[in-house]
Design a binder for this molecule. Sequence first.
Ligand code: ADP
Ligand code: MG
Length: 224
Amino acid sequence: TEEMLRRSEKLSVVGQIAAGVAHEIRNPLTSLKGFTQFLQQGAANKKEYYEIMMAELNRIELIITEMLVLAKPQLVRYQPKSLESIIQSVITLLETQAIMSNIQFDVVMEHQLPLIHCEENQLKQSFINLIKNAMEAMPDGGQIDIHLFLADEKAVRVILKDRGIGITEEVLARLGEPFYTTKEKGTGLGIMTSSKIIEDHHGQFVVKSKVGEGTVVSVTLPIT
Ligand code: ADP
Ligand code: MG
């Protein structure tokens, strides 16, 4: 069955997030302490240890980076911007990765749409998260549609459609929950940060999915 969810309701979860961050960062830290001890004791396979330590450090860095999006930056500058140029720069950023994963972007955008009032970097981050999810849902490659158009006289809309594994009802119900992931190397922070950013922009975030067919994410943002 097709499921539809609005994700702007599930976000007052500061305590949950704090507990989650502490937990998620403690694991790689514990591992780093252990390996530091091994090295102190003069371990033989140094190279292997350094590699594991670097991977753990990268994981902490990734979690912190994603959390920073949520923490309100000192300087939040909402400015009138073209969503077309924002999406275009996100596509440019992800293009190399897409080619390596055998993924094609089908980009259809209406030109000269009205501007939106936005924090450009946050909005970019939000679309990066969503498009990355679409890419990760298609391990064998394929086409992702990225369409931008005027939704009505008050809003513009981006539709992201993948032909990936889809989302089960069980996962769909937990989407946006901090640290909820089905991926081995996932952080479970992408959807939460993206929907928070869209909510901050007074936008709407809707996910529809069918297992085995794919997922459609719709982001609607008010124009200035
Ligand atoms: P992460 O990508 O780190 O797992 P997210 O918050 O971005 O965290 O996504 C949470 C979960 O939602 C994913 O682990 C995945 O199960 C599911 N998901 C999100 N987007 C998609 C998609 N386009 N297709 C299939 N599953 C998805
Ligand atoms: Mg993700």
